[in-house]
Design a protein around this ligand. Structure first.
Ligand code: ADP
Length: 295
């Protein structure tokens, strides 16, 4: 069976020449239909770059990304992305319903179908009564629910989520995680979620892909051996959860340190010139203080 998503030998380098920066390299993995795969990696390792390549927002320097076996070279219609920064991804001048229906307009969906889909999606995320409100009238958690509803209303084959719960408080984060689990079970959604939060990756995932420090490559692909029905308290206390989060943490922290550019030591002449400048500045300050006290 063709996997839903195939990433093969992906590399992306920003810029060129001496300032070139390789953000991801040697990335190869697949996501099966109906799977929720989490990608966990340290901040700055290249997670967003990977998602942007998958979403067709940037063209990778090397390698391919395929959805249903078709190579992605621009954002596919049946792919939706939920970003971390809900406050910037929602339009403040559109109502909640207007925001959810917005991408459907550009896809040419009829008005009646748009109404139906936005009403359904808002119901799934528990916001049926808020469809006439504006984003600025909602809490952060509610705004992120609107972003999720907007993505679901597009009925995507693949839902990409880029640190979707990183900007909300811990309690809301738990609620949104459970909302995602419920919605993906009810709709058999295929989800690829990136996070820097180890516990979140284990709690949500069927699988956890662990990334190395920058440039990101995959250091482990771990199946999550936990019951499909998860609970914020009992699941997080279970032996399997604790063992797996420990394994992911070890993989992340035992990685070799990133090689930094060597610090160039100044020559003796540069050192003495710097010392001279420092002494002159000190003398000048002392002279000003003395002038101020006598004047
Ligand atoms: P993460 O999502 O894991 O925090 P990113 O994919 O945002 O990481 O960034 C990976 C690396 O690529 C970082 O070192 C970042 O500074 C660099 N980077 C990201 N976007 C650009 C860009 N547009 N131009 C140059 N470098 C970039």
């Amino acid at each position: 069976m063709t996997p839903m998503l195939e990433v093969a030998d992906l590399r992306h380098t920003y810029g060129s020449g001496p300032t070139a920066h390789t953000a991801v390299q040697n990335l190869t993995f697949e996501v099966a239909t109906g799977e929720l795969a989490c990608i966990v990696g340290p901040s700055g390792c290249g997670k967003s770059t990977l998602l942007r390549c998958i979403a067709g927002l940037i063209k990778p320097s090397e390698g391919t990304v395929s959805l249903h076996g078709d190579k992605i070279d621009r954002t596919p219609e049946d792919l939706a992305v939920v970003f971390q920064d809900y406050s910037r991804s929602l339009f403040p001048w559109l109502s909640v319903r207007g925001n959810v229906e917005f991408p459907l307009r550009s896809r040419g969906v009829s008005r009646a179908e748009r109404r139906k889909r936005s009403a359904e999606a808002l119901e799934w995320v528990g916001l049926s009564g808020a469809d006439g409100k504006y984003p600025w009238q909602l809490s952060g958690g509610m705004q992120q629910r609107v972003s999720i509803a907007r993505a679901l209303a597009c009925q995507p084959s693949l839902l990409l989520m880029d640190e979707p719960f990183a900007s909300v408080d811990a309690q809301t984060r738990f609620e949104l995680e459970d909302l995602l689990l419920r919605v993906r079970h009810e709709h058999s959604s295929t989800v690829l979620l990136v996070t820097h939060d180890i516990d979140e990756s284990v709690y949500l995932g069927d699988r956890v892909l662990v990334l190395s420090k920058s440039p990101a490559s995959i250091v482990a692909d771990l199946p999550v051996d936990l019951p499909a029905q998860r609970d914020q308290i009992t699941t997080r206390e279970s032996k399997n959860f604790v063992a797996l989060r420990g394994e992911v943490a070890r993989l992340l922290h035992n990685q070799p340190a990133v090689a930094h550019e060597p610090i160039t030591r100044p020559t003796p002449a540069q050192e003495s010139a710097a010392a001279q400048r420092f002494l002159e500045a000190e003398r000048e300050q002392a002279r000003r203080r003395s002038d101020a006290s006598t004047g």
